[in-house]
Design a protein around this ligand. Structure first.
Ligand SMILES: NC(=O)c1ccc[n+]([C@@H]2O[C@H](COP(=O)([O-])OP(=O)(O)OC[C@H]3O[C@@H](n4cnc5c(N)ncnc54)[C@H](O)[C@@H]3O)[C@@H](O)[C@H]2O)c1
Length: 115
């Protein structure tokens, strides 16, 4: 499975407060989302699932009993992002992990990497 939390999780967690916006169900984003949920903040994730899976949301919920809010969208879609912030005026921090990171893909899909 692509994305973070692909391996079997352990367990714990509690309640919620403010919202954060980690941009990703990816490897680092998903572990960050989990840590933030465990610290009793709410989490809103946006990801286009280019390199991850919605299954990550199930894994996060399995680990801590809380499911982050999730929007399937591309972060270059400004209008869609504005809508997320309008729906969540309590977002007070943004942690941005959305990226194309695999260098072996660069020659094949160079335009997406801006080269
Ligand atoms: N994994 C590491 O060990 C590591 C170490 C240092 C730095 N980083 C950096 O941290 C960042 C995240 O790394 P990762 O390992 O979590 O990568 P990842 O590929 O697992 O996660 C990136 C996420 O961004 C999403 N994404 C990509 N383009 C998007 C777009 N336009 N709109 C919405 N979502 C989009 C992908 O679907 C994926 O879920 C990268 O910049 C990477 O270079 C990673």
């Amino acid at each position: 499975m692509r994305g973070g939390l692909a391996q079997s999780p352990q367990n714990y967690c509690h309640t919620t407060n403010t919202r954060f916006l980690p941009s990703g169900t990816g490897y680092i984003g998903s572990f960050t989302a989990l840590a933030i949920l465990e610290a009793d903040y709410k989490v809103v994730i946006v990801d286009n699932l280019y390199n991850s899976s919605e299954e990550v949301l199930n894994r996060i919920e399995l680990i801590c009993g809380k499911r982050p809010e999730y929007y399937s969208l591309d972060i270059t879609d400004e209008k869609a992002l504005d809508k997320v912030f309008e729906e969540h005026p309590d977002i007070d921090n943004v942690i941005h992990f959305a990226a194309l990171k695999v260098s072996s893909n660069m020659s094949r899909e160079g335009r997406q990497y801006g080269i």
